[in-house]
Design a protein around this ligand. Structure first.
Ligand SMILES: [Zn+2]
Length: 280
């Protein structure tokens, strides 16, 4: 019965050739480990139907969730990063940018656009964590600044959706300047009386938390989102003390007065609309 015996040694089947359930039909929640159909996940606004875990999604999903019929006009679609510092880590920075563009289909870590949300005009800028950790480089900062300009010129409320590890190391000082630039633009928006709502999603940290993400007329968050400036390990080592449970969770941050409210993603569109109606 030689056909039971594998004669050749070292046969390896590449993962993509293995005959298994087609990819992307089932979704396993990383929180409660339960399985659901990806369609169920999608109609539930990319949150777990069992435990409400909020899957990390990007601008494509948020735009689809918020803009009526997914209709919007995107701003600054072609803006890409330069390499002002000629920075090299394990890769040259321009190579890293190109690799990320290929991997994600995005130009950088933020997309912005305007359209209608429940028939209310809104400008939305949304970060994409998949692109170099949603790091804030010159492109992210400039696109936010220009989206705010559009809000100002047209007197349309501005919504910022943050999901970021903070500054983009490869742009160093240029990255940090984006904090000042976006904050100054938001001050103009404030002077003009145009509402700004900041939605913090998991995770929002570093220079993003330290600038535009915390400057909203309303700062709101998704449940369970990690929100902070420095990471917990750095803080623990600095202060030499153990940190409280749930430290840096949206719920903890809300309790300590840094957020206005937490909103389930399924209710996001309607809550935002009623908020904007009130602010008119
Ligand atoms: Zn779950």
């Amino acid at each position: 019965m030689s056909w039971f015996i594998r004669k050749e040694k070292g046969i390896n089947t590449p993962t993509e050739l293995k005959k298994e359930t087609p990819d992307g039909i089932w979704y396993k929640c990383p929180e409660c480990k339960k399985v659901m159909h990806t369609r169920e996940l999608k109609v539930n606004a990319y949150t777990c139907i069992h435990c409400n875990y909020h899957e990390k999604v990007g601008s494509v999903e948020y735009f689809e969730l918020l803009f009526d019929n997914n209709e919007f006009t995107e701003l600054d679609t072609q803006m890409t990063s330069g390499d002002p510092l000629q920075f090299t880590d394990t890769k040259k920075y321009p190579e890293r940018v190109v690799a990320s563009q290929k991997k994600t289909g995005l130009k950088d870590a933020l997309r912005s656009g305007y359209g209608k949300m429940n028939n209310v005009d809104v400008v939305v800028a949304c970060m994409d964590f998949a692109f170099i950790g949603g790091s804030m480089g010159s492109v992210v900062g400039e696109k936010i600044a220009r989206a705010i300009d559009y809000s100002l010129e047209n007197k349309i409320p501005f919504l910022m959706i943050s999901r970021s590890g903070g500054a983009r190391m490869m742009e160093a000082g240029y990255s940090l300047m984006q904090m000042a630039k976006t904050s100054a633009k938001l001050a103009l928006l404030n002077e003009a009386g145009v509402p700004y709502i900041s939605l913090l999603t998991d995770p929002t940290t570093g220079g993003v938390t330290a600038s535009f993400a915390m400057l909203g007329d309303f700062n709101i968050a998704e449940p369970g989102a990690m929100i902070g400036f420095a990471g917990p390990r750095v803080i623990r080592e600095t202060i030499g003390k153990d940190l409280p449970k749930d430290f840096q969770s949206a719920e903890f941050v809300l309790e300590h007065g840094f957020l206005d409210f937490i909103v389930h993603r399924k209710e996001l569109k309607n809550r935002l609309t009623s908020l904007l109606e009130m602010l008119k």
